[in-house]
Design a protein around this ligand. Sequence first.
Ligand code: CP
Ligand code: NVA
Length: 325
Amino acid sequence: MALNLKNRSILAVADLTTEEVKYLLNLAKKLKEEKITKHKHNNKNIAIIMQKTSTRTRSAFEVASMNLGIGTTYISGSDSQMGVKESMEDTAKVMGRFYDGIAFRGFKHEDVETLANHAGIPVWNALTDKWHPTQMFADYLTVLENFKTTKVKFVFFGDCKNNMGNSLAVMAAHMGAHFVGCAPKSYWPAEDVIATANQIAKKTGAKIEFTEDPMIGSKDADVIYTDIWVSMGEPIDVWKKRIHDLQPYRVDKKIMNNAKKSAIFMHCLPSYHDLNTDVAKQINKQFKIKEFEVTDEVFRSKQSKVFQEAENRMHTIKAIIDATI
Ligand code: CP
Ligand code: NVA
């Protein structure tokens, strides 16, 4: 069924109905299958504002826009007046007069809400500390491609209280999945996030659970998912505690073998699965650990679908822009 999402901002999957989430997912599937996208939004322009760094999300917005005939302006956190010399509200009012949409990656979720409240054009949350909605569509397109259904046992390991853990719990609720967050209790999402997920789950038949036991969590899972232990914007000195707390939740062969034979491994990326990054080298020097949230073996295994998932960022962001602009 065609839904009208024109002029809608996408700030969190928690703000969307299950019907709207499914509509966007189906549109993404269709756009990916069609491969060539017509320049159907010629003469439109969007701004991509990123206060944190990005490879996939920025590229997805730029390539998807190009395919749709839309012009883009990239603005990094350090090269505009926003937040420093000009409020979010005033920035939104200015940008709304230049552009037809804004993708925004920032820190406080309230900032993207302020932009959306004052810009008068659709605002797409390209990641905040609390939510990462555009990633959700890529993740479940990948699930759909691998299992032909979204009603899977989906287990998230590690920092469940961050943007990815929060978003995946709510998205699983929309998708009718069985979600298990696997982490020490202090890393489980805030109560409001769990309540939202459970409220949606009541209508869709999804199950939302949390456990501290990696073997109970991963038992017969279809999807094993993890994210980095220290997210963008968090101080480097939290690494010590995170390593201590989350090391038992590293995704390794033992966890994959405890899941179903057909299980896949997913990760939003970037990942510290080896020592080929500056951060991993620095943490290795300081704390002597060689592997972080996932072992290199699992990351590079046949079960790993991380690059299929990364490609899907583009197709799903294209659907989001197409539906809302
Ligand atoms: N997964 C994701 O959002 O990647 P980037 O930080 O590279 O955009
Ligand atoms: N939790 C991670 C996600 C990166 C896509 C971060 O916020 O850095």
